[in-house]
Design a protein around this ligand. Structure first.
Ligand code: ATP
Ligand SMILES: O=C(O)[C@@H](O)C(=O)CO
Length: 413
């Protein structure tokens, strides 16, 4: 294994997997830390965790376990992958995880922090994160159910999470070819963890090059754009993909604007859908059995969702508690996915990182093979060794017809 990655959620890990596989690295996504060594042919291994919203101590522990396993596979460089919208709480775990990995690696090299993903509109300029032409904090992410992003200055947000001061690499330094020098200078001035500007794929490639040989890098999937070429020189194509023709089910727990638009589109275009009310989960009126029976009776792609607008989410959180409402939704979807597979569904489409994590963990998959692109940042995936294919959609990814489009793509061979 040449490159190792630790993903803080499952959709993000498959997003990264797509970038690496499309770049020509033989890539495997692992569901949690594997208990055995990687197969010899794997060049890039991504350990997908569900740490994004975990308390610091648990996230650090899980990330260190992933790091050690990847290091034991011989990786030259290890990448910590978080969200392109830097999803974390003010007292979140990205900073502590980076600091723990630095200590574990025993490195004094610069560590870049760059969530930019220009293909999906995420850019960083002057240390501030934008989504399209809006600052992160005005993009809808300020109303995220678990990690409301209310400050677009990533240096400041990360600074709340780290013990040591956070540095900054400007776009000028990247574009003037001075990035490596500037990164080293920041580090020598006591700022080893450095938020880096990047507004285009060229900037990301230059940044990857500037960080060549640094044992630890961090970012969104964008940071990996230039890595396959840097690491293996030439790219090769290899993957053969086989879809599944059997029944499909879509599950959405993401409450992002994009997912809600996709749900509305599905409804307006005659797609079968069933809204799950969180209070009906608490009082036991909605059951997995009923939903599966309903799904099996549909003639169009059945979509089951809890997604709702920010005010409804807020009400649920006030009434039942934030963690408890997230937990009951995730447990329900986990059981639903398991029951769906038992009932013969072979294509599952999930929207939302936490939601996808809950579903994939419930399926007891060990590894996921990366297939072709469904949408930017969303690959088709096969659960290794099984007749089961998946699309794990990050909340904010995909066009409005995503659900039916993904179902079709998962069928193709
Ligand atoms: N109606 C609801 N009321 C309260 N919480 C909800 C409701 N529906 C979903 N949730 C919770 O909101 C969270 C949504 O997070 P999730 O990561 O799945 O989506 P996302 O953040 O939009 O996706 P991504 O992380 O890929 O950007 C989940 O924990 C889910 O259980
Ligand atoms: O980086 C992104 O936006 C995604 O890969 C993701 O992590 C969303 O959960």
């Amino acid at each position: 294994m040449i490159l190792g990655a630790i993903g803080d959620d499952f959709t993000g890990s498959s997003d990264l997997g797509l970038t690496l596989a499309n770049g020509g690295l033989r890539t495997t996504q692992y569901v949690g830390v594997p208990s055995k060594p990687a197969d010899n042919e794997v060049e890039a291994g991504i350990v997908a965790l569900k740490t994004r919203t975990m308390p610091v101590e648990n996230a650090v522990k899980a990330s260190l376990a992933a790091y050690r396993w990847l290091r034991d596979q011989g990786c030259q460089q290890i990448l910590l992958k978080y969200c392109s919208t830097f999803d974390s709480r003010r007292d979140g775990n990205i900073g502590p995880v980076i600091e723990a990995l630095i200590e574990e690696a025993g490195t004094s090299a610069p560590v870049i922090v760059c969530p930019a993903f220009p293909a999906t509109g995420r850019t960083i300029y002057q240390g501030h994160l934008f989504v399209g032409d809006r600052l992160l904090s005005e993009s809808g992410m300020e109303a995220h159910p678990l990690t409301p992003m209310v400050d677009p200055d990533i240096r400041r947000w990360l600074g709340h999470q780290t013990k040591s001061p956070v540095g900054h690499l400007t776009l000028d330094d990247i574009r003037n070819g001075k990035a490596r020098e500037a990164l080293v200078s920041e580090t020598n001035s006591g700022r080893q963890i450095i938020v880096c500007d990047a507004i285009s794929d060229c900037d990301l490639k230059a940044l990857g090059k500037a960080a060549e040989g640094f044992p630890l890098i961090t970012g969104g999937s964008g940071i990996a754009i230039g890595l396959p070429e840097l690491l293996i020189g030439t790219t090769h194509s290899f993957a053969s993909w086989r879809g599944e023709k059997g029944p499909a089910l879509a599950i959405a727990g993401s409450c992002s604007k994009t997912t809600r638009t996709q749900i509305a589109y599905h409804r307006e275009n005659g797609g079968a859908q069933r809204r799950i009310d969180v209070s009906a989960l608490f009082d036991g009126q909605e059951t997995v059995n009923d939903v599966i029976n309903w799904a099996m009776a549909q003639t169009t792609l059945p979509l089951v969702y809890t997604s709702d607008d920010p005010q409804v989410i807020k009400n649920n959180q006030q009434k039942f508690g934030t963690e408890k409402s997230a937990q009951i939704v995730e447990n329900f979807f986990a059981q639903l996915a398991r029951a769906a597979v038992e009932a013969g569904f072979v294509r599952l489409i999930t929207a939302g990182g936490e939601t996808s994590g809950a579903v994939v963990e419930a399926l007891e998959a060990d590894t996921l093979e990366i297939g072709p692109t469904i949408a930017v940042g969303v690959p088709a995936l096969r659960v290794s060794g099984r007749n089961l294919v998946l699309a794990l959609k990050s909340g904010n990814f995909g066009a409005e017809n995503f659900f039916t489009h993904a179902a079709q793509k998962l069928e193709e061979t």
